[in-house]
Design a binder for this molecule. Sequence first.
Ligand SMILES: Nc1ncnc2c1ncn2[C@@H]1O[C@H](COP(=O)(O)OP(=O)(O)OP(=O)(O)O)[C@@H](O)[C@H]1O
Ligand SMILES: [Mg+2]
Length: 135
Amino acid sequence: MPSWRMSRTFPGSPVAIAEARRFITTLLRTWPITEDAELIISELATNAIRHSASGRFGGSFTVSVHVDGDRLWVGVLDQGGPSLPRLLPPQEDEEDGRGLNLVTKLAADWGVAGDYKGRIVWAALDVKPSKATRR
Ligand SMILES: Nc1ncnc2c1ncn2[C@@H]1O[C@H](COP(=O)(O)OP(=O)(O)OP(=O)(O)O)[C@@H](O)[C@H]1O
Ligand SMILES: [Mg+2]
């Protein structure tokens, strides 16, 4: 399977979440992991807007997709700030604190790089090439 990468920058506004999801589905089309990747990007982009400087007026975030062999990496680069992405204990009766728990469930691995000037939260998913039906 060929290796490729692509990224796009979106305005740091909630309406851009749907655009970021569409970016993923347009790139990955009917791959079996497309839905998972779309959900992950939705959570990470929402976090960038809610918890980092990307959500300020004029802010932005960048979505990256990288396919190499049977592995897919997706990531959201934000504009940093004092808060750190961290896994909160899952709480059944609370509405918040679920995003990164969902990422943990869906991804083979995930992590954070960067500092207060900008952080990338990335997730890796395993693609099953035999099932890929890219047209
Ligand atoms: N990109 C980010 N920059 C800074 N802090 C972050 C970022 N993403 C997450 N965090 C921190 O990690 C915490 C956990 O994130 P998570 O997505 O699991 O929960 P949440 O965003 O608080 O709630 P939910 O996703 O359920 O609406 C957040 O409350 C926030 O403090
Ligand atoms: Mg969240």
